[in-house]
Design a protein around this ligand. Structure first.
Ligand code: SAM
Length: 212
């Protein structure tokens, strides 16, 4: 069964409802993305979105923010239909440095050439993997982040077994909390990387999505 058949394209439909919980969370994520770009040092920026889906979060910000044109972005997405949607959306923008890469973001090799990034966006990942994979994903972040880079992440529903464990793993490591929005239905957070970029491990399986 392909990912498309599992419905990851349709998963984005509630974003079209301006009053949905999806849209509510999206607004929080987007505000954090704006904050990251507002505060970014001058010069070229790099961003990577892990399991970007249709990039309803990052793409509008890259289009509208003055630093968007200076951002080289990689959207890693496994579902070809979501990737096509993104290609279509990109076609009507002036952005020239955004790549849509159809790849398994659960494999460390998928990030080669796209990192270290000033902005790592990881939304809708941790709720879809088991806790051991979530911890492995957090442990990969030092290889994905440029020094001073920011991870913006979110988790919706109760798929993430232990939010506190993820926060502790980040904050006991080299990530300082910048923002945390925690409601009954979602978590949205931003963490700044305070360490030195780690080497990207080769050929390592980091996470596998649970079957939906
Ligand atoms: C919950 S959605 C989140 C989409 C987007 N990040 C958002 O928050 O709006 C999860 C996305 O991950 C994609 N996906 C699932 N497994 C993946 C993998 N191994 N590598 C890359 N993308 C994957 C799905 O196709 C889907 O678009």
């Amino acid at each position: 069964m392909t990912l498309t058949q599992q419905g990851w394209y349709q998963w984005h439909a509630p974003y079209d409802d301006l009053l949905s919980e999806h849209t509510d969370r999206l607004e929080v994520v987007q505000q954090l993305l704006v904050d990251v770009l507002d505060d970014a040092p001058a010069g070229p920026l790099r961003a990577v979105s892990v399991c970007s889906g249709q990039a309803r979060d990052l793409l509008p910000i890259l289009i509208s923010h003055p630093r968007g044109a200076e951002t080289s972005a990689t959207m890693l997405e496994l579902d070809p239909l979501n990737a096509s949607f993104l290609h279509g959306a990109l076609g009507s923008t002036a952005l020239t440095d955004v790549r849509v890469v159809v790849a398994d973001a659960g494999q460390s090799d998928a990030y080669a050439g796209a990192v270290p990034a000033d902005l790592v966006l990881m939304c809708g990942v941790l709720a879809n993997v088991d806790l051991a994979d979530a911890v492995r994903t957090v442990d990969l972040l030092p290889a994905l982040c440029a020094p001073g880079g920011t991870v913006v992440w979110s988790s919706h529903g109760d798929g993430l077994a232990d939010v506190d464990a993820v926060l502790a793993r980040l904050e006991d490591g080299a990530f300082a909390r910048v923002a945390l929005h925690r409601t009954a239905s979602y978590v949205v957070a931003a963490h700044r990387f305070t360490g030195a970029t780690a080497p990207l491990p080769a050929g390592r399986r980091i996470f596998t999505f649970r079957t939906r």
